[in-house]
Design a protein around this ligand. Structure first.
Ligand SMILES: [Zn+2]
Length: 583
């Protein structure tokens, strides 16, 4: 399985500038002939080509004709068509008239790739309005998602396959995104089982933020010797401190800048393989560089750099939007103030663009409202920025909402699209008040992995109640650490109310397959904001040509198979960025 990127014209432009640009007097050229001159009197820390990033030449602009498909446009009339043509990055035709589609492509300036979809279902490239993919692109080792595994045998097969592309002695790792609850055996694989799958490579498999974890013989030898990790004879590593010691050693030993870039490319490829073409990242917790750091800890000021560098190499294959997380602890909100002064919101190109503040505006001790939170929120409102906050219960949401209302009384936030994320317990009254503030909510199916609930106490989120309220709603899985990045386990949860063990934990709040898909496409564009709202999410003429062709018919397969859906062909801007080889 491999990804194909057809960006030769851009590479040629790029190579020209690598050859001729001087690091101290850099000219940035784009393929639109605009020229921007940057004069610099300092020696950049990053390679010179990093600062030569053009904000147009990195975009994917290909031409493709997809025909003989069942292509769900998710437009106003929910049209299903058999043909979609993308010309130089943008959708030029949707319908059923092949000669007409070919005519629209005759003016294409890039070569047209024609692909017979063999009656497969295709949908707009999915949008994830809340995840942590930037963290996923900073994982130590050859990271290997286990989100689709349903048994220890699946884990072993995935690792065996992965080992074929990893150098001898290279670490194969999985950090977060899955739970033993999804495996038939309801436990992590043992050292013996992992040894029987992979011999030449050390393994580290860790769940959620901070374990527990498991390893094989080779991994155990290294982690015991180098990091004094306490490891049981069956390979298991306790959550918390022991997991943290192993993770810290892996990060400090393995993560150079080039390794991070490899991890970025791997995260991008995985995202494309599950059909998610646009991601709004919501940051990380500030790393302490001690064994108390978990899967979600990173350096907030450097962990985007390998991503920017991959985009600068013109190797970006998915669209990234970046929210900035702040964790100040005083009402002066010092880092937030600097951010609002010195960063451009919604700046970049259609591949990578800054967003706004989220999913925390202040440190974890103050996130749920109160003076530090309200001081931050007021500053954000005055700056005219969007804000997204994380809420997990009725109490944190209640005080956050009071904070929003207080700020709004002073500076209107009604057009700023403030957002509350996760909301497992949101009431009809809170929805009404948020709606009155012009705010939105985004939901996740993270409780699929380990949630519990019943008729009297459903796990949430109340999908049905949220949709029926008429508030702006989006789907933001919160993937990479505590939840899968793949949208499909989340879709399964929203549709069935069932957790990974098959127990119904969210009764009465199910929504339809069509509703889930609309949240992941056209409704999520509101959460991206900026130019994305009118250029993504729907397959209609003039929008960017992002499409996912699915492994099975999402609309008709048995519910149990929804969580394992994949993309067999993913197109971004008319360029095939993922091809599983199945069509
Ligand atoms: Zn999150």
């Amino acid at each position: 399985m491999f990804a194909i990127i057809a960006i030769l014209p851009f590479l040629l432009v790029f190579q020209f500038w690598v050859l001729f640009a001087s690091p101290l007097d850099v000219q940035v050229s784009s393929n639109t002939n605009s020229t921007l001159s940057i004069e610099s009197s300092f020696t950049p820390v990053l390679p010179p080509r990093f600062i030569t990033q053009s904000h147009t030449s990195g975009s994917l602009r290909g031409s493709v004709l997809l025909y003989n498909g069942k292509i769900h446009t998710i437009g106003p009339s929910n049209l299903v068509v058999s043909i979609l043509a993308v010309r130089d990055g943008y959708i030029a035709y949707t319908g059923d008239d092949l000669p007409e589609a070919e005519r629209t492509l005759s003016q294409s300036s890039s070569p047209v790739r024609k692909i017979n979809l063999r009656r497969r279902v295709a949908v707009p490239g999915l949008i994830d309005c809340h995840n942590h993919i930037v963290l996923l692109g900073n994982r130590p080792g050859y990271h290997t998602p286990l989100e689709l595994s349903l048994s220890v045998a699946d884990v072993k097969a995935t690792y065996q396959q992965r080992a074929k592309g990893v150098p001898k002695d290279g670490w194969i790792t999985t950090i977060g995104g899955f739970s033993p609850n999804q495996l038939k055996e309801q436990r992590l694989p043992t050292l013996e089982e992992l040894d029987s799958a992979v011999n030449d490579n050390p393994i580290f498999i860790s769940t959620s933020f901070s374990g527990p974890a498991t390893t094989n013989t080779k991994g155990r030898e290294i982690l015991e010797r180098e990091a004094s990790v306490v490891i049981a004879t069956n390979g298991s590593i306790a959550s918390g401190l022991e997991n943290g010691k192993a993770l810290l050693w892996l990060r400090q030993s393995l993560l150079g800048f080039e390794e991070r870039k490899r991890s970025v490319r791997s995260a991008m490829e995985y995202a494309a393989s599950v059909g998610v073409t646009t991601h709004l990242d919501q940051g990380a917790f500030s790393a302490t560089n001690t064994s108390s750091d978990g899967a979600a800890s990173e350096d907030l000021y450097t962990f985007h750099l390998p991503w920017l560098s991959v985009y600068n190499d013109l190797d970006g294959i998915i669209r990234l939007r970046i929210n900035f997380l702040h964790d100040d602890t005083t009402t002066e909100n010092p880092t937030l103030v600097e951010r609002l002064r010195n960063t451009f919101p919604f700046f970049g190109n259609d591949m990578m663009r800054t967003g706004a503040i989220g999913e925390f505006a202040v440190g974890i001790a103050d996130y749920a409202g109160g003076p530090v939170f309200e001081a931050a929120a007021l500053k954000i409102a005055k700056a005219g920025w969007r804000l997204e906050v994380h809420a997990l219960g009725e109490n944190d949401l209640k005080t956050q909402l009071e904070g929003f209302e207080k700020v709004d009384a002073e500076v209107s936030i009604k057009n700023l699209r403030w957002v509350v994320a996760h909301v497992p317990r949101i009431s009809t009254d809170s929805l009404r008040r948020l709606k009155a503030l012009g705010a939105g909510v985004n939901v996740s199916g993270w409780l699929y992995l380990s949630g519990t609930g019943n008729t009297t106490n459903p796990a949430g989120p109340p999908f049905r109640r949220i949709l029926d309220s008429g508030i702006r709603g989006g789907f933001g899985p919160d993937g990479a650490n505590i939840a899968p990045l793949s949208p499909w386990p989340h879709a399964y949860y929203a549709i069935t109310g069932k957790n990974a063990k098959g127990e119904v934990i969210n009764p009465g709040q199910s929504i339809s397959r069509q509703e889930v898909l609309e949240l992941f496409t056209k409704h999520n564009t509101w959460f991206l904001g900026g130019p994305d709202e009118h250029s993504l999410g729907i397959l209609e003429t003039g929008r960017l040509g992002d499409v996912a062709v699915l492994s099975e018919d999402y609309f008709t397969i048995p519910e149990e198979r929804i969580r394992q859906l994949r993309s067999v062909l993913t197109v971004v801007g008319g360029v095939v960025v993922w091809d599983s080889g199945e069509i």
